[in-house]
Design a protein. Structure first.
Length: 227
């Protein structure tokens, strides 16, 4: 299905889930995920999503083996596909709370963008709320690569706000191995979030930018747990 002659987006699927409505649209050649009427991401440019994974890996010691990463969430699949290309990641988990998004990747319009990475034997799909998982799980990871909102101050749902405060960051720290890396995607930089990371006892806090076609650069906030 293609956009109509006026170039308006065409909705390919729309579902009501436990967190509201999620929709997949096609606008010209790109696909867009819309959550509760808010644009979340599209397939036009995956540079910052790939930076999210690359920056986390680069922050880990080069001689560290058996690496594990938790990606939250699946989105249009750029981060997961990029992680699967890297053999140093021996265990890859991806958290996605919307069943529709998983379906679109398993046998739908988004499968080419995740490059069928869900079939990789290293990959485990965690279907459910990432924030709850971080607070309740026993598993630990060498890296958390989080991209579930448009940024710490622009969340898709109110429930996600706690992730970027003291309790949420403490939960992230608890899910990381000593010297592990927290990488958080954002549509714009946030000095306040950097301060929150330091207050949560993360070290080496820094922000990396990726240029975009229009507007301010996308960024990845990076922080390290004490070794």
């Amino acid at each position: 299905m293609h956009a109509n002659e006026e170039g308006r987006p065409v909705t390919l699927d729309r579902r009501e889930g436990p967190y509201g409505e999620v929709a997949l649209r096609r606008h010209g050649e790109r696909f867009e995920i819309i959550a509760n009427g808010t644009f979340l991401m599209d397939t036009s440019d995956g540079r910052s999503e790939r930076l999210l994974v690359d920056a986390a890996l680069a922050a880990l010691p080069a001689d560290r083996t058996g690496l594990s990463v938790l990606i939250g969430g699946l989105g249009v699949g750029f981060s997961l596909a990029h992680a699967v290309r890297e053999p140093r990641w021996e265990r890859i988990a991806v958290a996605e709370r919307e069943r529709a998004v998983v379906d679109w990747h398993r046998a739908g319009h988004l499968a080419p963008f995740s490059e069928h990475a869900l079939d990789d034997p290293r990959v485990t799909v965690l279907e459910g709320d990432l924030v709850a998982y971080l607070r309740e799980a026993d598993a630990t990871y060498d890296a958390l690569c989080l991209d579930i909102d448009n940024g710490p101050h622009w969340t898709v749902t109110d429930d996600n706000r706690g992730l970027y405060g003291p309790e949420g960051l403490a939960a992230c720290r608890a899910r990381l191995t000593p010297g592990g890396v927290l990488a958080v995607w954002s549509a714009k930089p946030s000095a306040a979030f950097e301060d929150a990371l330091r207050s949560a006892r993360f070290t080496q806090v820094r922000t990396m930018e990726t240029p975009v076609n229009r507007g301010v650069p996308d960024v990845v906030h990076l922080a390290i747990t004490p070794g």
